[in-house]
Design a protein around this ligand. Structure first.
Ligand SMILES: [Mg+2]
Length: 368
C-alpha cells in the first residue's frame, strides 16, 4: 500500500455500490436517468418507505427509510419505483465475479457492499489502490454502475473511508495516517455507537477518537463494556478482524433451555433480558444491525412457536431487542404457559430499510 520495506499490514478494500437499487433502475430504464427516483413503497394507502433514493432525489433531502409520503412532500416530481430484487441479486453476483478476479477473500455485507482482503492478490498487482481502481473500472465498463471504495489496513477504517467521497469515490487511509484519521473521527461514526451511547460519551466530554484515546483500557471497559475494548484498540488503529469469506450472516440469535419450565412472567422477562444481552453483544461484535426481531418459544409439551416484529430501520441495541421480545411474548398468553425454551434472533441485515408490507416481493426478503 505504501512504499514501506517491511510491512505486515493487511490490504483491505471496502467496496460500496452507489445508491445501488436506484442506480440499477436508472441503468435499466433510460426514462429514469437524471431524475429523482425512489425505489421502495408507494406513498398511497398505508404508505410505503423509501429503500434507496437516486442522487437526484437525495438533493431534495430524500433518504433511505424515510416514508414515501415525506419523500413526495420534499420532492413533488419524484418517481416511485417498485423494487426488483431478482435483478439486484443478479447484478450483485456479477460484482462478486469481478472481485474474484483479484481475491477469494471476499466478505459480503449485503448485496451492494463487501470487504476484500487483497494482501495477496491473485494477479500480483500488489497495490491495493490499483486493485480498487481496477474493480471500480470493471464495474463501470461491464455493469454500467458506479461504486465507492475505501482502502486501508483494516476493515473498520476501510468501511468508513468508502463513505467519504461518494459517489464514485475512492479514499485511501494508509498505515501512517490511520491513527490521526481515527483521532478526528466523531464518536457517532464508531460502530456500536448509537444515539444512547453517543449521548453518554458526549456527557463525559468524549466527542472524537482523540477524546476516547485519553481513557485507559480499563476505563473504557468500565463505561462501555466489551465494546469499550474495541474502541480502545480501534482508536489506536488496531482492528484485527479478518475478512471472512462465506460469512453471509442471515441472522444472529441466542436461546436457552431452562432447568425447569418457566411459569411466571417475571422469570420469562429475566431470561429474555439475558438472552437479548447475548444477542446484542454478538451484533456488536459483527458490526451488524437487523430489522426483524424473532422470539422463539418452546413449551413443556414441545410445541414450538415463533413470533416476529420488523422495523423500518435496522436496530441492534439491547433495549429495543429486549422490549420487542417481551412485547411479542405478551401476545402469546404467557400467563397460562409452561415454557422450557426461549430464543431471540435478529435478522434482515443489510441496506434494505423498507417494511415488508410495502415490498412487492416478500419472498426475496430472506436474501437480505
Ligand atoms: Mg451502497
Amino acid at each position: 500500500m505504501e512504499a514501506r520495506q517491511n510491512t505486515s499490514y493487511r490490504k483491505i478494500i471496502h467496496i460500496d455500490m452507489d445508491a445501488f437499487y436506484a442506480s440499477v433502475e436508472q441503468r435499466d430504464n433510460p426514462e429514469y436517468r437524471g431524475k429523482p427516483i425512489a425505489v421502495g413503497g408507494s406513498p398511497e394507502g398505508r404508505g410505503g418507505v423509501v429503500a434507496t433514493a437516486s442522487y437526484e432525489a437525495r438533493k431534495f433531502g430524500v433518504r433511505s427509510a424515510m416514508s414515501s409520503k415525506k419523500a413526495l412532500q420534499l420532492c413533488p416530481y419524484i418517481i416511485f419505483v417498485k423494487p426488483r430484487f431478482a435483478a439486484y441479486k443478479e447484478v450483485s453476483q456479477k460484482i462478486r465475479e469481478i472481485f474474484r478476479r483479484h481475491t477469494d477473500l471476499i466478505e459480503p455485507l449485503s448485496l451492494d457492499e463487501a470487504y476484500l482482503d487483497v494482501t495477496e492478490d491473485k494477479q500480483g498487482v500488489g497495490s491495493a489502490i490499483d486493485i480498487a481502481k481496477q474493480i471500480k473500472q470493471a464495474i463501470k465498463d461491464e455493469l454500467q454502475l458506479t461504486a465507492s471504495a475505501g482502502v486501508s489496513i483494516n476493515k473498520f477504517v476501510a468501511k468508513i473511508a468508502s463513505d467519504i467521497n461518494k459517489p464514485d469515490g475512492m479514499t485511501f487511509i494508509g498505515p501512517s495516517s490511520v491513527e490521526s484519521f481515527m483521532e478526528k473521527l466523531p464518536v457517532e461514526k464508531f460502530f456500536g455507537v448509537g444515539k444512547v451511547t453517543a449521548d453518554k460519551m458526549k456527557g463525559m466530554g468524549l466527542h472524537t477518537g482523540a477524546d476516547l484515546k485519553k481513557l485507559s483500557e480499563d476505563e473504557m471497559v468500565k463505561h462501555f463494556g466489551k465494546a469499550g475494548r474495541f474502541y480502545y484498540q480501534i482508536t489506536r488503529g488496531i482492528d484485527g478482524r479478518e475478512v471472512q469469506p462465506n460469512r453471509e450472516t442471515k441472522s444472529i440469535g441466542a436461546e436457552d433451555t431452562f432447568p425447569y419450565d418457566l411459569t411466571e412472567i417475571d422469570e420469562m422477562y429475566n431470561e429474555i433480558d439475558k438472552i437479548s444481552q447475548t444477542v446484542a453483544s454478538r451484533l456488536k461484535l459483527y458490526n451488524l444491525k437487523g430489522r426483524t426481531v424473532t422470539l422463539k418459544i418452546k413449551y413443556n409439551d414441545f410445541r414450538q412457536i415463533t413470533r416476529n416484529q420488523s422495523f423500518a430501520e435496522p436496530i441492534g441495541d439491547l433495549t429495543t431487542i429486549g422490549e420487542t421480545a417481551k412485547k411479542l411474548l405478551l401476545n402469546t398468553q404467557p400467563e397460562d404457559a409452561r415454557i422450557r425454551l426461549l430464543g431471540v434472533t435478529l435478522s434482515n441485515f443489510g441496506e434494505l430499510q423498507t417494511r415488508e408490507r410495502n415490498i412487492s416481493d416478500p419472498g426475496q426478503l430472506s436474501l437480505f
